[in-house]
Ligand binder design. Structure first.
Ligand SMILES: Nc1nc2c(ncn2[C@@H]2O[C@H](COP(=O)(O)OP(=O)(O)O)[C@@H](O)[C@H]2O)c(=O)[nH]1
Ligand SMILES: Nc1ncnc2c1ncn2[C@@H]1O[C@H](COP(=O)(O)OP(=O)(O)O)[C@@H](O)[C@H]1O
Length: 211
């Protein structure tokens, strides 16, 4: 992260349920897994809505999937110190604002961040203390097929994402970077593994809602 000192969320970040970071190559299945999780555990999880300068895809809702902004708007907020982390990915800016995380933590929900590997490294320098999970495809060929079938990218976008995917898979081998790596081959199996690692936090969040 360029801006020092590294952001600290303050003591409140240490209270309440532990956040969860989901990372991994574009097209690995993060959104698909998260959609299932949010459907099955409504109110337990809250999605950290990132800012991005990329254009919305059909069906994406501003303020729900992302805060869609211009580069100028985003840079202004970064300069004002409003972001925990930010990164350039495939020609666009992405970032997690302090407000996005605080909005979820204020509701005592498990805050879920879907961020790239640069974001993971930058979050490691904060006191957010999340569980770090990498979702990975069974192979680059499968990833390419899934990205093509998703039909969200131009040929150039696809190439950039595949190049970034190879870098991501290499960097993800760093020992201790992730608490868990999930290979998303069979979706139901991958989802079971995700639920299993989050089980304790889910139980805690459900208990605290009862009391
Ligand atoms: N560092 C960082 N990465 C983000 C953030 N939001 C999304 N990303 C990552 O940006 C990449 C591209 O996201 P997106 O354009 O939605 O494409 P998709 O992952 O292929 O659906 C993914 O790896 C996301 O995890 C953020 O706030 N910070
Ligand atoms: N286990 C799986 N088997 C087959 N297709 C999958 C699987 N998981 C996800 N997909 C499909 O692959 C594409 C990329 O998944 P997505 O959740 O958008 O990835 P990400 O959010 O990591 O970029 C989507 O079209 C999705 O429906």
């Amino acid at each position: 992260m360029q801006n020092l000192p590294f952001p600290r969320m303050g003591p409140s970040a240490m209270q309440g349920p532990r956040p969860v970071v989901l990372s991994g190559p574009s097209g690995a299945g993060k959104s698909t897994l998260l959609k299932k999780l949010f459907k099955d555990y409504e109110n337990v999880f809250g999605f950290s809505v990132s800012h991005t300068t990329r254009k919305p895809r059909p069906g994406e809702v501003n303020g729900k999937d992302y805060h869609f902004v211009t580069r100028e708007e985003m840079q202004k907020e970064i300069d004002a110190g409003e972001f925990i982390e930010h990164a350039e990915f495939s020609g666009n800016m992405y970032g997690t604002s302090k407000g996005a995380v605080q909005a979820i933590q204020a509701q005592n929900q498990i805050c879920v961040l879907d961020i790239d590997i640069q974001g993971v490294k930058n979050i490691k320098r904060t006191d957010l203390n999340p569980i770090y999970i990498s979702v990975q495809p069974p192979s680059i060929d499968v990833l390419e097929k899934r990205l093509r079938d998703r039909r969200t990218e131009t040929e150039e976008g696809l190439r950039k994402r595949l190049t970034a995917a190879c870098v991501d898979l290499e960097l993800s081998k760093e020992p201790g970077l992730f608490d868990l790596v999930i290979i998303n081959d069979d979706l139901e199996k991958a989802y079971s593994e995700l639920k299993e690692v989050l089980w304790e936090e889910i139980k805690k969040a459900q208990e605290s809602k009862k009391s």
